[in-house]
Design a binder for this molecule. Structure first.
Ligand code: NAD
Length: 249
């Protein structure tokens, strides 16, 4: 018996990186998986997948409804899809601010509100939002991205308060730099990818990047029907980056 036997888990951004690892782990624990992603080319063909951009109101509503109908409900929503942005406060044009906030913040509202009727009728309803170390630590050249992830943390607490009495738990996971295609793209665009990777490794007290699977483990814990008293919180998976101060070796 898996911890998620028979439960339906909807994962945004489930075709790559942390979302794909999370989908696999839920499936191993008996869940039925539905993926919402703007690019489902690499989605595991065993999972139900819908190609939709989470900034598309009508598209999201239609996709969530069709998943709920096809799989007979939705018990768990993993709001994982997100995009990055680099630069200080002056670097990004207004359209980019609006686009990143639309994906990283409003996307969570769109997907979760479309799924609410299903969550309300589940006995094990849970939502997990993906925040970031950038929400709680001041990182250079990440003004817009950090603002979006800070909003994810605030939104997580507000959602948890609103839906507690309906039996829907809402939590967040806060990864440090994780070794996914996202970071692969970041490294490719760096002048010296090897030096950039070494700098990212060194920024974490653990001396290495977080794996997508480690983040998935935390997401499964937060969504687990046995984590009944856990709501409105954020779980860091960052190799100690937020809380620890080690002396140099
Ligand atoms: P990734 O790029 O490998 O995967 C992101 C997935 O989201 C992709 O499949 C992409 O197609 C999908 N997506 C992006 N925008 C979308 C949209 N508008 N509509 C639908 N789908 C969309 O990245 P990842 O590293 O797995 O990141 C997943 C989440 O983890 C993101 O929210 C990211 O901010 C967060 N995060 C990542 C890191 C890291 O270092 N990789 C660190 C902290 C937080």
């Amino acid at each position: 018996m898996g911890a998620f036997d028979g439960l339906v888990v909807l994962i945004t951004g489930g075709a790559s990186g942390i979302g794909a690892a999370t989908a696999r782990r839920f499936a191993e624990e008996g869940a039925r998986i539905a993926i919402l992603d703007r690019d489902t080319t690499n989605a595991d063909p065993e999972f139900t997948a819908r190609t939709v951009d989470i900034t598309d109101d009508e598209g999201v509503r239609a996709a969530v409804r069709s998943i709920g109908d096809e799989l007979g409900g939705i018990d768990i929503v993993i709001n994982n899809a997100g995009i990055g942005a680099q630069g200080d406060i002056a670097a990004n044009p207004a359209e980019e601010w609006l686009r990143v906030l639309d994906v990283n913040v409003v996307g969570i509202a769109r997907v979760t509100s479309a799924a609410l009727p299903y969550l309300r009728s589940s006995a094990h309803a849970a939502v997990v939002n993906t925040a970031s170390i950038a929400a709680t630590a001041g990182l250079p050249q990440r003004a817009l991205y950090s603002a979006s992830k800070g909003a994810v943390l605030a939104l997580t607490r507000a959602m948890a308060a609103d839906h507690l009495r309906e039996g829907i738990r809402v939590n967040a996971v806060s990864p440090g730099t994780a070794d996914t295609p996202w970071v692969g793209r970041l490294l490719e665009s760096a002048e010296d990818p090897a030096a950039e990777r070494a700098a990212l490794n060194a920024r974490q007290p653990s001396g290495r990047l977080v794996t997508a699977d480690e983040v998935a483990t935390a997401i499964l814990h937060l969504a687990d029907p046995r984590s009944t008293a856990t709501t409105g919180t954020s779980l860091a998976v960052d190799g100690g980056m937020q809380e620890l101060r080690l002396r140099p070796e």
